[in-house]
Write a new protein. Structure first.
Length: 543
C-alpha cells in the first residue's frame, strides 16, 4: 500500500478538475454544501491566508455512486479508464467554494439559496480583524460578489468601481486564485479502507454501513443502476411496481437484501466476500434476486405463517429462503415445503442467528442445496430437543425468535375471533412490542395479579393468543376466562372451533371453567409441543 502523497493545488487547478469530472464527491452524506454564512467564513479565511484544513482525495479507477449535480450545475462523468479523485475529507469546503464560483442556486427547506450573494466589503482591508466576506450584500456598503470577482472581466470592473476599489479587487483576486490548497492523495487503497478513512474523518467514529459502501461501489450510470434507489423501490415503489410494502414486508433492512444478493453472487454473506463482489455481477443478479425475494415472501405467508415481516423470527431467515428460489424457480414440491418448514422452525426455535450469523448462513446454504435436491439436510451436529417445559415456562418477549416462531405457528393455524369466528387480522404496526393490540393474555395479567400471580409468571408464552385489537382492550380487559368465555359461547355457537384455532381444547379439560391457570398453561404447552414436533419431523419419501 502506497503512503499518502502530500500536494498543493491552486484554485484554478482544483476547480478545473471538478469541471472535467476528475474530482468527484462520493454520495455518503446529504449535506454536502455549507450554507452561505459558513461559506463566507471559509472564503474570508482564504483571503486572509489562514489554513482551512487539508483535502484528502482517494485516487482510484473504481467508479462510485457520487454527487451528479450541485444545484443547477451538472457534474460530468470522467473519461472511461481514467483515474478519479474521490473527496474523502473536505467535501463541504470544496463544494461550497465550487457553488460560489459557479453562482449556484440551491434549495434548502423549500427556500432558494443563491451563492452569488456572497460578496466582499470593498471598504475593508483584507488583513484587518473584521470579516471582509459577507453572506449577502448589505445596504449602504460597496461590495463585489465573489462569483463576479472570480469570473468577471476587467472591462466590466472599470465601469463599476473606483480606482481604489479596483486595487482591492485585484488583491482579493490574487489572494483567492493564488491560495495553495493543501491536498493529501492516497492511491491503490481498497474501497473498504477508503471508506474507513472517510468514516474516521467525517462521522465522529460512526462507521459507514456495508450497504452504504456497496451502494457507492455498485453504482452504474450507463446501466442506470443505483442500489439505494433499487432498495427504496423494492420496499415502496409508490404504485409503479410490485413492492414489499404491499406484502406487509416493508421492515426488511437494506443489509438483508444485500446479503440475499451476496448469496446469489458469491454463496457467502461474509463482509469480505461482499466487498469483493463486482459491480456487473451485482447488477446482473438484481432482477433474479428480487424475484426470488418475492417468491420467498409468498412462501412464508402461505406456508410458514409469516403474514407480516415483524413476525419473521430473524430477518436473516429471508436469505436462505430467497436462496432456495434462486436455485429453483418452480414452486416447491410437497416434500420441499415440509423440509423448508422444518429448517425454518429449527433455526428459529434454536435461536440460531443470535450469533455468528455469517458462518452459520454459509453452512445453511448447503442445507438449502440439499432441500433443492429434495434431500433431508443433516442437523445431527446441532440437534434441537424440546420438552413441554420449554413452552410452559418461556416468557413472552415479542422480539425473541423462539416466541416469534410460535406466533407464526399460531398465525398459520388461522386464529379465529372468540366472538364471531372471523379470521384475526395481523398488522406490522401492531407487533412492535409485547403490549401490542394483537397479543392477548388468555388469563389476563390484571386478573392473575388479583390471585397473587406476578406479571412475570403471567407473561408466559403459553398464555398468549392472537386477537383483534378491540377484543383485547375493550371487551376482555381483566375479566376471568370463565366469565368472558361463557359470554362468548352464547354469541358464538362454534366456540370449540375458535378455541381450537388457538391450540386450546375443551374448556373444562383446559381448566378454563374453573380459572385454573397452571392446568391451562400445561395443556396448551403440550398442544404447542405436539404441533412443533410434527412439523420438525419430515417423513422419508417412499422408495
Amino acid at each position: 500500500m502506497k503512503q499518502p502523497e502530500n500536494q498543493s493545488k491552486k484554485y484554478a487547478t482544483l476547480f478545473a478538475d471538478i469541471d472535467s469530472g476528475r474530482i468527484k464527491i462520493p454520495q455518503f452524506q446529504r449535506d454536502f454544501v455549507w450554507d452561505k454564512t459558513q461559506t463566507a467564513k471559509l472564503i474570508d479565511s482564504i483571503i486572509k491566508g489562514f489554513p482551512i484544513g487539508t483535502f484528502i482525495f482517494w485516487k482510484t479507477r473504481e467508479r462510485l455512486r457520487s454527487i451528479r449535480n450541485i444545484g443547477n450545475v451538472e457534474l460530468p462523468e470522467p473519461p472511461k479508464g481514467d483515474a478519479v479523485l474521490y473527496v474523502l475529507d473536505g467535501q463541504q469546503r470544496i463544494t461550497s467554494l465550487y457553488a460560489v464560483r459557479k453562482g449556484i442556486i440551491l434549495t434548502r427547506d423549500g427556500e432558494s439559496v443563491d451563492y452569488k450573494d456572497l460578496c466582499v466589503d470593498l471598504a475593508l482591508m483584507p488583513d484587518g480583524e473584521e470579516e471582509v466576506v459577507l453572506a449577502e450584500p448589505q445596504e449602504g456598503k460597496r461590495t463585489i460578489s465573489i462569483h463576479r470577482l472570480l469570473t468577471g472581466s476587467l472591462t466590466s470592473f472599470l465601469k463599476s468601481y473606483s480606482e481604489k476599489e479596483l486595487e482591492r479587487i485585484e488583491v482579493y483576486q490574487r489572494r483567492l486564485t493564488g491560495y495553495d490548497f493543501s491536498v493529501i492523495e492516497i492511491a491503490d487503497y481498497e474501497i473498504d479502507i477508503a471508506c474507513e478513512i472517510f468514516t474516521r474523518i467525517n462521522t465522529g467514529g460512526k462507521a459507514l454501513t456495508l450497504f452504504e459502501i456497496m451502494v457507492a461501489k455498485t453504482y452504474d450510470l450507463e446501466r442506470k443502476f443505483d442500489l439505494q434507489e433499487r432498495y427504496d423501490e423494492l420496499i415502496d415503489s409508490e404504485g409503479t411496481a410490485k413492492d414489499l410494502e404491499d406484502a406487509n414486508f416493508e421492515t426488511i433492512p437494506p443489509v438483508t437484501i444485500l446479503q440475499c444478493l451476496a448469496a446469489k453472487v458469491c454463496g457467502s454473506i461474509k463482509r469480505g466476500d461482499i466487498l469483493k463482489m463486482e459491480r456487473d455481477a451485482v447488477v446482473d443478479a438484481w432482477p433474479v434476486v428480487v424475484g426470488s425475494i418475492f417468491s420467498a415472501v409468498d412462501f412464508m405467508r402461505s406456508h410458514l405463517g409469516v403474514q407480516v415481516s415483524r413476525l419473521l423470527p430473524y430477518n436473516t431467515l429471508l436469505i436462505p429462503l430467497t436462496y432456495f428460489f434462486i436455485c429453483q424457480s418452480k414452486a416447491p414440491s410437497t416434500r420441499q415445503v415440509a423440509l423448508l418448514r422444518q429448517y425454518f422452525l429449527w433455526a428459529s426455535l434454536s435461536n440460531r442467528f443470535n450469533s455468528a450469523v455469517e458462518t452459520k448462513i454459509e453452512t445453511d446454504l448447503k442445507r438449502i442445496d440439499a432441500i433443492v435436491r429434495e434431500e433431508q439436510p443433516s442437523y445431527d451436529s446441532e440437534p434441537l430437543r424440546l420438552t413441554v417445559e420449554d413452552f410452559r415456562h418461556r416468557p413472552f418477549i415479542a422480539t425473541d425468535a423462539f416466541c416469534k416462531a410460535v406466533l407464526c405457528i399460531l398465525v398459520a393455524q388461522q386464529p379465529r375471533s372468540l366472538v364471531d369466528n372471523g379470521i384475526v387480522q395481523i398488522d406490522n404496526s401492531w407487533l412492535k412490542v409485547a403490549s401490542s393490540r394483537n397479543f392477548h393474555h388468555f388469563f389476563p395479567k390484571a386478573f392473575l395479579k388479583k390471585r397473587g400471580i406476578d406479571w412475570r409468571d403471567a407473561n408466559r408464552l403459553a398464555n398468549i393468543i392472537l386477537v383483534n385489537a378491540d377484543l383485547n382492550k375493550r371487551v376482555i380487559r381483566a375479566r376471568a376466562p370463565s366469565d368472558y368465555i361463557k359470554e362468548f359461547q352464547e354469541k358464538n355457537p362454534d366456540m370449540a372451533k375458535a378455541l381450537s384455532s388457538h391450540f386450546i381444547g375443551d374448556p373444562a379439560a383446559f381448566g378454563i371453567l374453573v380459572d385454573d391457570y397452571e392446568v391451562f398453561i400445561t395443556n396448551r404447552a403440550t398442544e404447542l409441543l405436539k404441533t412443533v414436533d410434527a412439523q420438525l419431523l419430515v417423513e422419508r419419501p417412499v422408495a
